[in-house]
Design a protein around this ligand. Structure first.
Ligand SMILES: NC(=O)c1ccc[n+]([C@@H]2O[C@H](COP(=O)([O-])OP(=O)(O)OC[C@H]3O[C@@H](n4cnc5c(N)ncnc54)[C@H](OP(=O)(O)O)[C@@H]3O)[C@@H](O)[C@H]2O)c1
Length: 151
């Protein structure tokens, strides 16, 4: 079975994942969900995101990618049924052709600028099929939207 490659991200209403490349993400409210969903699966992140982490992400194989790594090859080398691309914007963008699913949690914030969800020049439209809505914080209107990418 081909590996499911799931983008997981907290975003602002205007589509940003961070105010700047080395921002430590303290505003997201879905960390418990992130932990639950990624536990036991390989997680792929860019070097900037790795620098912002304060602790270890235990229970998961952590794959830190650099500009010289080939996203296709990285996914081909994963022997498990699924893996998560956990950011940041440059890494989501670089793995855009490998993604099969998207788990995105819009937060009630507008940054007005920063690191966009897909940070790169070659824009590519993706068609999504809605799969599931997961409640994060109903009072604050925060829900995770799960989509499958139509091929
Ligand atoms: N809201 C969320 O859910 C979420 C999730 C994850 C991260 N974040 C935030 O996102 C921010 C980091 O995002 P980011 O996009 O700056 O970094 P990133 O994706 O974490 O890391 C940058 C990646 O892009 C590569 N790169 C840099 N310059 C490049 C170039 N010219 N051509 C090709 N590849 C290049 C880097 O390789 P080298 O190592 O070779 O430089 C590295 O692999 C942090 O603030 C983090 O907290 C938010």
């Amino acid at each position: 079975m081909p590996c499911r490659v799931i983008l997981i991200a907290a975003v602002t209403v205007d589509g940003y994942v961070a105010r700047h490349s080395l921002e430590i993400t303290t505003w997201s409210k879905d960390l418990h969900l992130f932990k639950k969903q990624t536990m036991g699966w390989p997680i792929i992140m860019g070097s900037n995101t790795f620098k912002t982490l304060s602790g270890e992400l235990e229970g998961r194989e952590v794959i830190v990618v650099h500009r010289n790594n080939d996203p296709k090859r990285i996914i081909e080398n994963i022997s498990m049924d699924q893996c998560f691309v956990i950011g940041g914007g440059k890494t989501y963008y670089r793995f855009r052709n490998q993604l099969t699913h998207i788990h995105v949690t819009p937060h009630p914030l507008i940054f007005g600028g920063g690191v966009p969800l897909f940070d790169g020049n070659k824009k590519r439209a993706l068609d999504l099929k809605f799969n599931k809505l997961v409640e994060v914080d109903r009072e604050s209107g925060i829900f995770q939207y799960q989509y499958e990418i139509k091929k």
